[in-house]
Design a protein around this ligand. Structure first.
Ligand code: FAD
Ligand code: AMP
Length: 464
């Protein structure tokens, strides 16, 4: 086979890698993408964002049909769960979307090499397939987009039976009787919600005294109360020190408290950068103390023409951040320009109700003594929220005290994940709270709650 030197070889076909590949092809580059899996899409599509949202939707419909339709005057009898069909649907969603990426690659003439990629001393990528056969792929530029894998904590061995990662917990063949979840971050809460709805008792063990670390404290308190009402048990200030697995289930040891027994345990304590076997040590590619690859403002590592983006670098571990970084990185390579606005990154927790944030938290501003104004509007003042029987929750907007420029928006309530997009756009354009409320919002929509929260910043909400 003749030796081709690609303009860009990307290692990893997750949302960072595959989106970067398509953008680079649009910019006229000859692009190849290496991924060890036949299914393109990375963690996000195979075992992350998409399968979790598919199961969140199915489990929500199941719970709603079984318990919540009576209020609408709809009577249903004998609702039962076909978990296999539910999991099959989830897998079909994944394979459809993954096939879609393969189609986009074909359209953009992006070559997919299937195998594990590692960078050699000649700055070429050696691709080794599952049978151990290797080929060398030459590149003018290399982009590392190898993402992340589930992390653990000392004393917890992820290889033990019944000690599970999020990947395992997206494919249980029956709901565990009692599922313990270590970590009250968004992955633990989303997957915990799925299995609670499908019949499991769920206990969340969290080291901190709150859920959803990093999110606005008032939002997290409301979320905690809501999930508790839904039936999730919380053991906060509970530091897990070890897990034993036996025939009967698992025993989770905690510092200064009784152990917790459960049938299975989901370890959701965060994710670690995926750099094993990539040749980073041999190449002397710099990493920080937690193992993330460090990059400059061009996403370039300390080695010329080797770049990194997404979960493998120390920025927010979210699919849309990986996408933004992938696009900015290849635009910089091709044109010299490219930008990610890290001040305006929305984050969404897809529980019911949804939780969404963008920008600065009120608690963070308080800690920094930044002078701000705050407006909060409860969904119980919103007509549409009542019409859809989801009037719990609120929208909170914080803006700068002097300029009124929006600094952050925090939402818990129906469709929060979509509502936050308007807020992110407003912030991207440097809008003030007044700009938001002077924009006409259609009635009756949930977006009126965003407008009313903006009005509340100036003490002039109508329906509060
Ligand atoms: P990844 O998606 O991890 O892709 C990296 C790819 O590279 C993988 O296919 C991997 O197999 C491959 N690879 C690694 N090393 C090599 C190698 N040496 N050679 C070849 N291939 C290699 N984010 C959101 O924004 N919204 C969500 O709702 C959301 N939900 C999530 C739910 C769960 C359960 C999980 C686990 C994560 C979720 N995330 C979510 C996070 C999101 O999945 C990640 O932020 C995102 O996938 C990171 O993208 P990436 O392109 O950096 O890497
Ligand atoms: P995230 O990083 O958002 O995925 O969340 C991980 C959560 O796990 C955080 O809330 C951590 O406080 C929590 N966590 C980390 N280590 C432990 C531990 N040993 N015991 C209980 N919770 C932990």
């Amino acid at each position: 086979m003749p030796d081709t030197t690609h303009d860009l070889v990307i290692i990893g076909a997750g949302p960072g890698g595959y989106v970067a590949a398509i953008r680079a092809a649009q910019l006229g580059m000859d692009v190849a993408c290496v991924d060890e899996h036949s299914q393109l899409g990375g963690t996000c599509l195979r075992v992350g964002c998409i399968p979790s949202k598919a199961l969140l939707e199915s489990s929500h419909l199941y719970e709603q049909t079984a318990h919540e339709l009576g209020v609408h005057g709809i009577k249903v009898k004998d609702v039962s769960l076909d978990l296999k069909a539910m999991l099959d649907r989830k897998d079909k969603v994944v394979s459809t979307l993954s096939g879609g990426i393969a189609g986009l690659f074909k359209k953009s003439k992006i070559k997919h090499y299937q195998g594990t990629g590692s960078i050699n001393a000649d700055k070429a990528v050696v691709v080794t397939d599952s049978k151990g056969k290797s080929q060398t792929v030459k590149a003018k530029n290399i982009l590392i987009a190898t993402g992340s894998r589930p992390a653990s904590i000392p004393g917890v061995d992820l290889s033990l039976d019944k000690v599970d990662t999020s990947t395992d917990a997206l494919s249980y063949d029956k709901p565990p009787k009692h599922l313990a979840v270590i970590g009250a971050g968004y992955i633990g809460l989303e997957i915990g919600s799925i299995w609670r709805r499908l019949g499991s008792k769920v206990t969340v063990l969290e080291y901190l005294d709150r859920v959803l670390p990093g999110m606005d404290a008032q939002l997290a308190r409301h979320a905690h109360r809501t999930f508790e009402k839904q039936g999730i048990n919380y053991e906060l200030k509970s530091r897990v020190t070890g897990v034993k697995s036996g025939k009967q289930g698992v025993t989770i040891e905690r510092e200064g408290a009784d152990p917790v027994k459960a049938d299975r345990v989901l370890v959701a304590v965060g994710r670690a950068p995926h750099t094993e076997g990539l040749g980073v040590e041999e190449m002397g590619i710099e990493r920080d103390s937690r193992g993330f690859i460090t990059v400059d403002e061009n996403f370039q590592t300390n080695i010329h023409n080797i770049y990194a983006i997404g979960d493998v670098i120390p920025t927010m571990m979210l699919a849309h951040v990986a996408e933004e970084e992938g696009i900015a990185c290849v635009e910089k390579i091709a044109t010299g320009y490219g930008h990610v606005n890290y001040d305006v990154i929305p984050a969404v927790v897809f529980t019911h109700p949804e939780i969404a944030s963008v920008g600065r938290s009120e608690s963070g501003l308080k800690d920094e003594a930044h002078e701000y104004k705050s407006g909060l509007f409860n969904f119980k003042g919103n007509g549409r929220a009542h019409a859809i029987e989801q009037a719990d929750g609120f929208v909170k907007i914080v803006s700068d005290k002097k300029t009124d420029r929006v600094l952050g928006v925090h939402i818990i309530g129906p469709d929060a994940g979509s509502l936050i997009a308007e807020c992110a756009s407003a912030m991207q354009y440097g809008a003030t709270a007044e700009d938001i409320y002077r924009t006409c919002h259609a009635h009756p929509t949930l977006s009126e709650a965003v407008k009313e929260a903006a009005m509340a910043v100036d003490g002039r909400a109508i329906h509060a």
